[in-house]
Design a protein around this ligand. Structure first.
Ligand SMILES: *[C@@H]1O[C@H](CO)[C@@H](O)[C@H](O)[C@H]1NC(C)=O
Ligand SMILES: *[C@@H]1O[C@H](CO)[C@@H](O)[C@H](O)[C@H]1NC(C)=O
Ligand SMILES: *[C@@H]1O[C@H](CO)[C@@H](O)[C@H](O)[C@H]1NC(C)=O
Ligand SMILES: *[C@@H]1O[C@H](CO)[C@@H](O)[C@H](O)[C@H]1NC(C)=O
Ligand SMILES: *[C@@H]1O[C@H](CO)[C@@H](O)[C@H](O)[C@H]1NC(C)=O
Ligand SMILES: *[C@@H]1O[C@H](CO)[C@@H](O)[C@H](O)[C@H]1NC(C)=O
Length: 666
C-alpha cells in the first residue's frame, strides 16, 4: 500500500517532468524526493523546473491527500515553483484537489474542492480561450493523466497561481462554505486585510436585499469597504437599485480571467434603469471596476463611476466577492473632490501634482465653475521628456492645464450629438484655445479622440461622472508637442490636402527638420474645397504633379522661417499698429492678425481669413490652421490660364505622335 502510493506520486512527477524538463533533472528530482529534508533545497536550485517539489511535500504530509492519491480518482491543481514561492500565505493542499478526475475539457463551471465543507473551485474560460481555476490559469501543455495502481484515473494540472480559499483570522472560527450574505456578516473575523464591511451590510439589511446575496448559483459580488463611505451622506444613497448594480448575476468573474472593458449586465438592468459593470487594469497593474449607468432616473444619475479593487477574488459558495474602495453608481463628489480623491495615490496622481505645482489656482478655477468637464491625462501620459522644461514655467503650465478644462457638462453622447460625423469644436478655459473631438464607432467600439494645441489624445476612460460634470481620462497631455510639423500634417484629418500638395511638390521634405522653428499657416481641407468651387481649373492644376512648381511656390508663401515660432498671441501684439512682415523662403508675408469675437482673423492682401485652429504646437514650430489658402490673382491666372495652352499643346503633341505611331504600325 505504501509502495503504491509512493508509486502514484513518483509516476505523476516523472510524467510531468518528462513533458518539460531535461532527463537528468528528472532523475535527480525523483532521487531527492526520497529525502524529505532536502526537498526545499531542491526546489530552490531548480527554479526553471516548473514542478513544485515543495508542494509535493505538502501533499505527502497531508493524510487526506496522501490517502486520496493512493486510493481515489482525483484532480490536483499544482502551482508552478515560481507561483508557490511568490505566495506569502499557507497553501491549502486540499483546496487544490477534487476527488474526481477531470481532464481540461471535462472541467466545467465549478468542481467541489476537497477542503472542509467542500467549497467550490470555479472554472472559467478567460481571454485566449485559456481555462482558469478561480484566478489561476491552467498551463495548457502541462496537464498529465494516468491510472494509478488501484486502477483509479488521476489528473494533474499545472497552474500559475496558488489557489487561495476564504479563511478566518482565528482557527476556531467556523468556516462552513459561506454564501455572500454569511460572508458579509462575519467579515470582521475573516482574513480580509482588516477591511470591514459594516456600512454596506447595514444598507443591505435596510434595503432588505439579503436574498440577493443568499441566492444559490454563481454570481459576482462587488462589495464596498467601510472606508468608501467617508463622505458622510454617501451611505444613505445606497438603495436597492444601487445594491443590484453591484451584483453580476449568473457569471463568476475572477480578475485574471476577466475580459477587460467588457461590460457585463448587472442585476440593475431593467426598463427604468440600466447599469453595466466592467473590469479593467491600469498600466500600474491595479485592477478597477466601473459601473456605467447609461439609463438612469432622478435618483441614479447617468455616467461612469470607477472603483479600485482593494481585495480581489474571494471565493464563496455562490460565486466570488471583490472588495472595492468605494461604491459604484453613486455620483456624489464634485470634479474638484474627484481630483483630490484620485490625486493622492490614484489614477490622476501626476495630473493633480502638476496642478498643485502650478500654484493651485487652476484647482480654484475648476472649483468656481458650476459645470465643468476635465480631460485628465493619465499618470503615464506625463512620462515624456518634453514636459520637463514646461513644468518649471508656471504661466505656460497654467495655460496648458486650462486647455484641459471645459466650462460645460460634456459626455460622449453630447459630443456625438454636437457634431455627427464631423469634428466638434469646443472652447476651453484657456481663452481662444479650442479642443476638437472626434467620436467614432458605437457601443463598446466607440473611440473618442481629442485634439488640443497640436496633440491628438485618445480617451482611455470616458464619462466619469461627478455632480457638476465629467472627467475623461486621456493618454496624452494636450498642448505639449511630441511631433514635428511634418508628423502633424501627416496625421491630422483636417490638413490632408495641404499635406498631399506638399508631398508631391517635395515642399514637405524640410518640415521634419528639428533644428528649425517654423510658423506654418495651413489651409484646412474645407478651405481647399471652397477654392475648388470658386476656381475649379486653378484648383485642379495646383493638385497636379505636373504643376508642382506652382504648388510649391504657393505653399512657400504660407511658411514663415525664423529663429522663433510665432503664437497667435504674439502675432496680435506684433501687428497692433501696423502690418507685420514675416520672412518666408523666397520673400516675405505681410499680415495683420486681429482678435474678433474671441477668435483670430488674419488680414492679408485685402482679404480677411479666419484662423480656424490657432497654435497647433509641434516640436519644430507652430501650425495655425486657416480657413482659406493665401491665393493671389496670379496663382489663379497662371495656373488656371497661361499654362493651360502649354499643357494642351503637350497633350496634342502626344496624341499626334500616338496617332502617327498607330498608323505606322498598321
Ligand atoms: C504521507 O507520506 C509521507 C511520505 O512517506 C510520510 O512521511 C507521511 O507520514 C505521510 N503522512 C501521513 C499523514 O500519513
Ligand atoms: C490588522 O490589524 C492588526 C491589529 O490592529 C494589526 O496587527 C495587523 O498588522 C493588521 N493587518 C493588516 C494586514 O493590516
Ligand atoms: C517612462 O518612460 C520610460 C522610457 O520611455 C520608461 O522606461 C519608464 O518605464 C516609464 N515610466 C513609467 C512610470 O511609465
Ligand atoms: C478669458 O476671457 C474672459 C472674458 O473674455 C476674461 O474674463 C478672462 O479673464 C480671460 N481669462 C484669461 C485667463 O485670460
Ligand atoms: C486624431 O488622430 C486620428 C488618427 O489620425 C484621427 O482619426 C482623428 O480624427 C484625430 N482626432 C481629432 C480630434 O483630430
Ligand atoms: C521625421 O523624423 C522622425 C524622427 O525625428 C522620424 O521618426 C520620421 O520617420 C521622420 N518622418 C519622415 C516622413 O521622414
Amino acid at each position: 500500500m505504501f509502495a503504491s502510493r509512493r508509486g502514484a506520486l513518483a509516476a505523476l512527477l516523472l510524467l510531468c517532468c518528462c513533458s518539460f524538463g531535461p532527463h537528468a533533472a528528472v532523475a535527480e528530482l525523483a532521487d531527492k524526493l526520497r529525502d524529505d529534508s532536502e526537498l526545499s533545497q531542491v526546489s530552490q536550485s531548480n527554479k526553471e523546473n516548473k514542478i513544485t517539489v515543495a508542494f509535493y511535500s505538502l501533499l505527502e504530509q497531508n493524510p487526506v491527500a496522501n490517502s486520496t492519491l493512493t486510493l481515489r480518482s482525483c484532480t490536483i491543481f499544482v502551482p508552478t515553483n515560481e507561483a508557490f514561492q511568490r505566495y506569502k500565505g499557507n497553501a491549502q493542499v486540499l483546496y487544490h484537489m477534487t476527488t474526481a478526475a477531470f481532464s481540461q475539457s471535462q472541467l466545467k463551471t465549478s468542481v467541489p474542492s476537497d477542503m472542509e465543507g467542500n467549497p467550490p473551485l470555479y472554472i472559467t474560460n478567460g481571454r485566449n480561450g485559456d481555462i482558469y481555476v478561480n484566478n489561476a490559469r491552467i498551463i495548457p501543455s502541462l496537464s498529465v493523466e494516468l491510472t494509478n495502481r488501484e486502477g483509479k484515473r488521476q489528473v494533474m494540472h499545472i497552474i500559475d497561481e496558488v489557489l487561495e480559499p476564504l479563511t478566518a483570522k482565528s482557527s476556531t472560527t467556523e468556516m462552513n462554505n459561506m454564501d455572500a450574505m454569511q460572508f458579509m456578516r462575519v467579515a470582521d473575523q475573516l482574513n480580509l486585510g482588516n477591511r470591514t464591511l459594516r456600512t454596506y451590510r447595514t444598507q443591505v439589511a435596510i434595503a432588505k436585499k439579503e436574498s440577493l446575496f443568499e441566492s444559490p448559483g454563481f454570481h459576482t459580488f462587488l462589495v464596498p469597504i467601510d472606508e468608501g463611505f467617508k463622505h458622510s451622506t454617501r451611505s444613505s444613497l445606497v438603495d436597492a437599485k444601487v445594491i443590484d448594480g453591484h451584483v453580476i448575476p449568473n457569471t463568476v468573474i475572477f480578475t485574471a480571467a476577466s475580459e477587460h472593458d467588457e461590460p457585463k449586465t448587472s442585476a440593475a438592468f431593467e426598463d427604468q434603469i440600466k447599469v453595466t459593470v466592467s473590469f479593467f487594469r491600469q498600466k500600474d497593474g491595479k485592477m478597477y471596476v466601473k459601473s456605467n449607468t447609461f439609463l438612469g432616473d432622478a435618483k441614479h444619475k447617468e455616467g461612469v463611476v470607477l472603483a479600485e479593487i482593494v481585495k480581489a477574488n474571494i471565493p464563496i459558495k455562490n460565486g466570488v466577492v471583490h472588495l472595492i474602495h468605494r461604491p459604484l453608481m453613486i455620483i456624489d463628489t464634485t470634479v474638484t473632490q474627484f481630483l483630490q480623491d484620485n490625486g493622492e495615490n490614484g489614477a490622476l496622481r501626476k495630473f493633480y501634482e502638476v496642478i498643485m505645482d502650478a500654484g493651485g489656482g487652476v484647482l480654484q478655477g475648476i472649483n468656481d465653475l458650476s459645470e465643468v468637464t476635465i480631460l485628465a491625462p493619465s499618470n503615464e501620459a506625463w512620462n515624456i521628456s518634453s514636459i520637463d522644461n514646461i513644468v518649471r514655467d508656471r504661466k505656460k503650465m497654467t495655460d496648458i492645464l486650462n486647455m484641459h478644462i471645459i466650462r460645460d457638462r460634456l459626455n460622449v453622447e453630447k459630443i456625438r450629438q454636437k457634431n455627427a460625423n464631423l469634428i466638434a469644436q469646443v472652447p476651453t478655459v484657456n481663452n481662444r484655445t479650442f479642443l476638437y473631438f472626434n467620436v467614432r464607432g458605437e457601443g463598446t467600439d466607440t473611440v473618442v479622440t481629442v485634439e488640443g494645441g497640436g496633440v491628438n489624445a485618445t480617451v482611455l476612460q470616458a464619462d466619469v461622472a461627478q455632480t457638476n460634470g465629467f472627467v475623461h481620462i486621456i493618454d496624452r497631455v494636450l498642448g505639449v508637442p511630441h511631433t514635428t510639423v511634418l508628423g502633424k500634417l501627416q496625421t491630422d484629418p483636417m490638413m490632408s490636402d495641404t499635406y498631399r500638395m506638399g508631398q508631391f511638390s517635395h515642399f514637405n521634405d524640410q518640415l521634419n527638420n528639428t533644428l528649425r522653428r517654423y510658423t506654418y499657416f495651413v489651409p484646412r481641407d474645407k478651405g481647399w474645397q471652397k477654392t475648388e468651387l470658386d476656381y475649379p481649373s486653378a484648383h485642379k492644376k495646383l493638385f497636379m504633379r505636373d504643376f508642382y512648381y506652382h504648388s510649391k511656390n504657393l505653399l512657400e508663401r504660407h511658411l514663415v522661417i525664423a529663429d522663433h515660432a510665432y503664437t497667435m498671441k504674439e502675432l496680435v501684439q506684433m501687428s497692433l499698429t501696423d502690418t507685420v512682415t514675416l520672412q518666408t523662403f523666397r520673400d516675405s508675408l505681410k499680415v495683420k492678425i486681429e482678435e474678433e469675437a474671441g477668435r483670430y482673423v488674419m488680414l492679408w492682401n485685402y482679404k480677411k481669413i479666419n484662423v480656424y485652429r490657432p497654435d497647433v504646437e509641434c516640436t519644430n514650430g507652430i501650425i495655425h490652421v486657416i480657413d482659406a489658402p493665401l491665393l493671389e490673382e496670379k496663382d489663379i491666372v497662371v495656373s488656371g490660364g497661361s499654362y493651360l495652352p502649354e499643357s494642351s499643346i503637350c497633350i496634342m503633341l502626344a496624341n499626334l505622335i500616338m496617332i502617327t505611331v498607330a498608323k505606322f504600325l498598321n
